[in-house]
Design a protein around this ligand. Sequence first.
Ligand code: IMP
Ligand code: MG
Length: 422
Amino acid sequence: MANTVLVGAQWGDEGKGKIIDFLTEEVDIVVRSQGGNNAGHTVITGDKKYVLHLIPSGILRPGKTCVIGNGVVLDPVSLVEEIEGLRAAKIKVGKNLLISDCAHLVLPYHRLLDQARETAKGKQKIGTTKRGIGPTYADKAFRVGLRMGDLMQPELFSQKLAARIKENNAVLKAYGAKPISFKQVNEAYLAAGEKLRPFVTNTVVFLHHALKQEKEMLFEGAQGTFLDIDHGTYPYVTSSNTTAGGACTGSGVPPHRIDRVLGVMKAYTTRVGEGPFPTEDRGLGEMLHGMGREFGATTGRARRCGWFDAVATRFAGMVNGIDDIAITNLDGLDTVETIRVCVGYQKGRKKIEVPPSDFRQLADCEPVYIEMPGWQAPTTEARSFDTLPANAQAYALKIAGLTGGRLAIVSVGAHRDQTILL
Ligand code: IMP
Ligand code: MG
């Protein structure tokens, strides 16, 4: 299947985890290149449900190697918990997992600062997952971050940690938050570090050897295009490059070795956290929540819901170079009588074709909708495109066409077999 970068074309939670799990069957290596445990991928295999935060979902398939690349930020303590949870469920985690020695560590002060800064922002809060992701990437850019490689050198790690805790305790104090105990953090992190030692390596070298051997790779994106730190609805974004380019910088695999970009998008739109959302629709949200859908895998928050926004996904197509498209959650619209699709924005008297980069301007945009007839029949049993109701086929082709890619996959449920290949 060649080397594929998989990205979310919306605001995250596009159902990437399931598509990744499905595609993993055809590749040798799955690479995670950005984000941290702010992500949550839900994968259902048989009657088992797994929620993964840091480890690529490829871990669920025997014989696949999973790589946590240099662009990821990770909390070693929660990574150990994730590994132990998988092992308790009889999933093998050993030589099939590699962690970059350049991945930055999320430390308790990052989490506390994330919370303190959100609280201080009041109404202007971003609505982060409070996992400390932003402060960790900020420290990376500030060049004061601690990396996996530091944790592998206990003495060095403790020295650096002591200095970082001293400084961050002063900052926490200024926010009125409690200081952190060096001893506790040092012990917990060093213990987790020892458990992670067998996995830690120079993953760039591993990936280059694999490329030479013509191994096939899947780069699994976390979050989505509009949460990208550069291209998203700044400042209501996450702190990494969630778009296709992030796969290269976050793994050390050069751009010319990427063969294909697959964009994953829901048949409608959702977002969690604050920030503009032109097609948000309360009625649609109530319906989806009533079906038990659209609650966050990481924080349990009810996601905001709205109609499909083709202005947004067309831009996602541009930024990521989307070749192929996977549409997920088509079955979420099974009962809708008339489906709306946003094909443009209106701002005052002006027609707008691309999302404005300024979030205030985006918030002022009114969606221009076309309407399509719903199919009002269950799609969950369909296993081929031509057995989908005609209106469902038309809808899927329409939104893929508006986005500007080839429709390659349609997902009609959370299970592996509820996946239609075109
Ligand atoms: P952070 O990544 O925790 O800093 O949160 C920044 C923004 O990204 C918030 O709006 C979060 O809700 C959003 N976000 C972060 N990770 C995910 C994800 O995996 N799915 C959906 N939204 C996310
Ligand atoms: Mg998610």
